[in-house]
Design a binder for this molecule. Sequence first.
Ligand code: NAD
Ligand code: UGA
Length: 461
Amino acid sequence: MVSGRPGWPRKGLIDALAVQGPMRICVIGAGYVGLATGVMFAKLGNDVVCADIDEGRVKSVRSGKLPFHEPELERELKKAVSRKKLTATTDTVSAAKSSQAIFICVQTPSMASGRIALGPVRSACRSVAKALKSSKDRKLVVMKSTVVPSTTDSMAKPLMERLSGKSCGKDFGLCMNPEFLQEGSALKDSMTPSRIVIGADDKKSGDELARLYKRIRAPVVRTDIRSAEMIKYASNVFLATKITYSNEIANICARLGIDSGPVLEAAGMDPRIGPLFLKPGLGFGGSCLPKDVKALKDKASGVGYRPRLLSALLETNERQPLEAVRLLENSIGPLRGKKIAVLGLAFKGGVDDIRETRAVPLITALLANGARVVAFDPMAMPNFIRVMPTVEYAESASAALKGADGCVIQADWPEFRGLGRREYSAMRHPVVVDGRRCLDPRKVKAEGAVYLGVGYGLAGR
Ligand code: NAD
Ligand code: UGA
């Protein structure tokens, strides 16, 4: 696998990296991050093995199919599999053992306290340690999972050293390399990142990882391991803050009869504020923003600091789906006995991921107010049915709207923009609450429905 120049000693990673030949890379965790990372490194010419404990996922990856909806990534996965540049296995230890660089990309979900559950990371580290123990070559281990500062050097490193009997820095390299991709554009974001953060406590490990990324054109930030861990939280907390700021401004605008659209657009023209992530809606969901805010809050509390901003973000975000309930009630009165269609169940349009989707608190609030809910999502319905099995589901957006007293757009799927007079006229009360400001209010009105959007104020009605 390692194409050494004639006469070069082939002592392992350093030599392999020095000659820039294809590397054998193991990615542990075949989820969004693991598969985007794996496909990216395969596209760069490396030989990638994805290891996952989930047999179904491994089978799916081997046949070039993603276990989630991410069309561009799936196209490139198919190519990598057919060119034999990427394979998958459930045998994590062998996969790690046969590789020169190992990326840990397993999930780090929230526990009830907000702290992240480190079970999957620990288990991945144990597999890596077994591989290190029985290997003669130096390997580079890279933590890509989002973990709170000190996890990599205080938990992962000693665990791998103890179980392998090897010494970090000398026998194996260790880096922390946070991932910044967005679902829906996972591969594009991996191939053209805004920055590559390389956290290492020794120069050699950092250099090894930097060489792996050499063909990706992006600014490289070199830090120690803990700073790299913190950069990920600082980034996601800022995104959550921007969204929450927009929601707060939008809620105030709505009550003052002002459309928050031009207000936020003009605010975003100040380069110190910036135009992105200023779209008001029903709050931020997804597998990471809520989890990461909670995890940093928990970590800060653990070191004796009370993070008031983080608490406010979570509290405001919890309340935000109620804006849709308020708009509905203002228009059609008490919701008891009313049929409400909820369109879009994923945490955002374009994905089938329902982790921390705002559809759950929204539907819970509608049901608590006595409404009858009929839900639809173009891709996420099978996942959503598992968490809310008792809600009624429709086969299409138009079927959900039939006889409804109102509808809420919860996720910005482009197809909802195509709804028109035919669908709205089948509603009992054609009232559309645009929870993601993704419809054109004039078009909805022209098609015969009442338009109510988050942050619109009276003028938007
Ligand atoms: P995911 O849940 O989609 O995938 C994780 C995979 O790891 C699963 O397939 C699971 O079966 C596998 N796994 C768990 N334990 C394992 C083990 N011991 N050995 C082998 N496989 C194992 O997770 P994800 O969304 O890709 O997130 C991974 C990490 O990256 C998280 O820390 C997350 O916060 C972070 N992150 C996620 C995104 C995103 O958009 N999803 C973006 C940036 C960072
Ligand atoms: C987010 C970050 O954008 C990524 O940079 C990060 O790598 C990732 O989390 C992670 O760490 O997992 P993602 O979870 O794919 O990516 O979702 P976003 O596109 O950020 O959207 C998150 C939520 O915020 C969605 O519910 C979305 O509807 C909402 N949102 C987003 C708004 O309400 N307004 C906006 O302007 C933007």
